[in-house]
Design a protein around this ligand. Structure first.
Ligand code: NAD
Ligand code: ZN
Length: 369
């Protein structure tokens, strides 16, 4: 697979099929959203939902393709607005705007918009089609794939939501030209995760090539397309397989048991991508200590994370006990036993116990110490 990546011709349009829908990855694909929408989710009217940062950058370009049949609805940027209040505001705007069941939603933005606009689509008039148009690296390789939509509540993230697969996903790596470097890092964490769980060559290729894309110096639209396409394939294959044989989706959670605990323990002042980075290192080390993972797995992850400027250790100001406690409180507020999905090596996960297992507290504390 690594060879394929290396020789993939530049500038081509890539298509990946996930769960029955098409994912188009191509520089300039933003100009084809209307065409894809007419093919995959033909509608009387289209509502483009975006945030105040992304809408002025790419909204007019998308709307232009719809020749007057699209309205642009804009919400404030930031996770705080992935809320029931914003959902209510958007659905009211659609009702007042006379949007009927024969409407299609276009979700234009990062994962926050993808989840929010996806949930609007899942619920509006008992469900209308959505086209995902992700504009952050994280949304391109992760959030836009798999059909999960949700809003947050004051009690926790993603507590109200629905499965609502998109009719299609349109990814234009050119949209990353305006993305801040830290956001590039956060998406890189999930790309490296995909390498660890499924494809060693891809992990190496990503570790080698991602650093040049972070600060924009080498951020060419074409260079990132093969990496994005492979990540979409990996996440898509896992999600598709999970519909038949329950459990394998847990492997996507690699790095996230400790990662979510870091985020929660830090009062969400630690970015998700950074938390998952440190979570991957810790969970790989746990797997080594248990004799599950090859020696050196955590070291290879550490080198890749350092190269893109992601942390690999917990922040010093967070003590191991607080993090351990946070692993036991899942997002539904149940207190229980944390489950870990652990690697065998770079490129393969441990299938034992249905892809997830419990770990002794003492080992978690030792690794976080
Ligand atoms: N549904 C899923 O399976 C899934 C998976 C992972 C994450 N998520 C969700 O995704 C969200 C995080 O997504 P995110 O990291 O993309 O954050 P985000 O959507 O909040 O975007 C981050 C910031 O970047 C800005 N931005 C977006 N695209 C830009 C561009 N091209 N140029 C300049 N600025 C741009 C946004 O306005 C925002 O300020 C969380 O809510 C998380 O729960 C969902
Ligand atoms: Zn994640």
């Amino acid at each position: 697979m690594g060879d394929d990546l290396a020789v993939a011709p530049a500038g081509v349009s890539r298509e990946v099929s996930v769960g029955g829908y098409r994912v188009r990855i191509a520089p300039g694909a933003l100009d084809t959203v209307a065409e894809v929408a007419r093919e995959s989710a033909p509608a009387h009217r289209y509502a483009v939902i975006s945030d105040e940062t992304v809408a002025p950058l790419y909204g007019p370009r998308i709307a232009a393709g719809f020749a007057g049949r699209a309205a642009l609805l804009t919400v404030p940027a930031g996770e705080a607005h992935k809320s029931r209040e914003t959902w209510a505001m958007l659905t009211d705007a659609l009702i007042d705007g006379g949007f009927g069941r024969d409407s299609t939603i276009i979700a234009l933005g990062g994962g926050m918009i993808g989840d929010l606009a996806g949930f609007v689509a899942a619920t509006y008039m008992r469900g209308v089609a959505v086209i995902q148009v992700p504009t952050t690296l994280l949304a391109m390789v992760d959030a836009s794939i798999g059909g999960k939509t949700a809003v947050d509540t004051p009690r926790g993230k993603n507590l109200v939501g629905a499965f609502h697969p998109p009719a299609a996903v349109v990814i234009d790596p050119g949209a990353l030209a305006t993305l801040p470097p830290d956001q590039m890092r956060h998406g890189s964490a999930e790309i490296l995760k995909h390498g660890v769980i499924a494809d060693e060559d891809y992990f190496e290729e990503a570790a080698r090539s991602l650093p040049a894309f972070i600060d924009g110096a080498e951020r060419s639209a074409d260079g990132l397309s093969p990496l994005i396409a492979r990540s979409v394939e990996i996440k898509g294959a896992v999600v598709d397989a999970d519909e038949r044989e329950s459990g394998v989706r847990k492997t996507l959670n690699f790095g996230h048991t400790v990662g979510h605990a870091l985020e929660a323990a830090a009062g969400y002042r630690m970015a998700h991508g950074a938390a998952v980075a440190a979570g991957m290192w810790a969970e790989a080390r746990i797997a080594e200590r248990l004799g599950i993972a090859d020696d050196g797995t955590a070291d290879r992850i550490e080198r890749a994370l350092r190269a893109v400027g992601l942390p690999w250790r917990r922040p010093e100001w967070l003590d191991p006990f607080t993090i351990l406690e946070a692993t036991r409180t899942d997002k539904k507020g149940r207190r229980g036993v944390a489950e870990y999905s652990l690697p065998l090596r770079i490129g393969a996960m441990c299938p034992m116990h249905g892809w997830g297992m419990t770990v002794e507290d003492s080992l978690v504390l030792e690794v976080l110490a």
